[in-house]
Design a protein around this ligand. Structure first.
Ligand SMILES: O=C(CO)[C@H](O)[C@H](O)COP(=O)(O)O
Length: 210
């Protein structure tokens, strides 16, 4: 099981500073959608240049033009690029084909997917690398989490790795680990702490034991 740090509410210098603190405790660093909106793919490029040993995920949440957008993120140095599960099949297939050509990986974000098991099965058959259940900020504000959805996709996904994101904190991490995802994604659960290094280290220990 691996740990991904999601960076959302920071600019490029703040993102680099933050990763310096927790680098030893994470496997993947995510350039979140708000950073890409504010800073563009320069943020992905800067992160990869400063931390070549970490995998960098570009959370583009692609909804259309999958091949083209994966190509641009790959040029910036992204190792993994996100596409939305609610997209058309052709968008996901285009993203997967381009990622394979570029030696990159695709993560499908299942945010707002209604028929979770059926769609996870369909997407798994498209050859994606990760399928991620996700309670976004608006869901979290309504008190939702994705623990049940993780169990649902675990029942049907055969080929892809499974991931979970959305509001995961140190005290909820053990419940997440019990469901045995391949990847746990944490943003505010690390970045909102004063001692980010300490909380990331504790999370890493739990994830590695899981
Ligand atoms: O993609 C996102 C929001 O759309 C976040 O990166 C994801 O939810 C993880 O952050 P947090 O742990 O703070 O919820």
């Amino acid at each position: 099981m691996k740990l991904q740090l999601a960076l959302d509410l920071v600019n490029i210098p703040e993102a680099l500073e933050l990763v310096k603190e927790v680098e030893a405790h994470i496997d993947i660093v995510e350039i979140g959608t708000p950073i890409v909106i504010n800073e563009g793919l320069h943020a992905v490029k800067a992160m990869k240049e400063h931390f070549p040993n970490l995998q960098v995920l570009a959370d583009l949440k692609i909804m259309d033009a999958g091949g083209y957008e994966v190509m641009k993120a790959s040029e910036a140095g992204a190792d993994i690029i996100t596409v939305l599960g609610v997209s058309d099949d052709s968008t996901i297939q285009g993203a997967v084909a381009e990622a394979k050509k570029q030696g990159r990986q695709v993560m499908v974000d299942m945010i707002n997917v209604k028929n979770m098991e059926q769609r996870a099965q369909e997407i798994d058959a498209m050859g994606v690398d990760y399928i991620c259940v996700h309670s976004g900020y608006d869901h979290q504000a309504a008190g939702k989490n994705s623990f049940e959805e993780l169990n649902a996709i675990k029942r049907v996904v055969k080929q892809a790795k499974t991931a979970i994101a959305g509001g995961i904190k140190l005290d909820t991490l053990p419940e997440v680990i019990q469901a045995n995802p391949d990847l746990v994604i944490v943003g505010g659960g690390i970045t909102s702490h004063t001692d980010k290094q300490a909380v990331a280290a504790q999370m890493q220990q739990l994830v590695q034991q899981g």
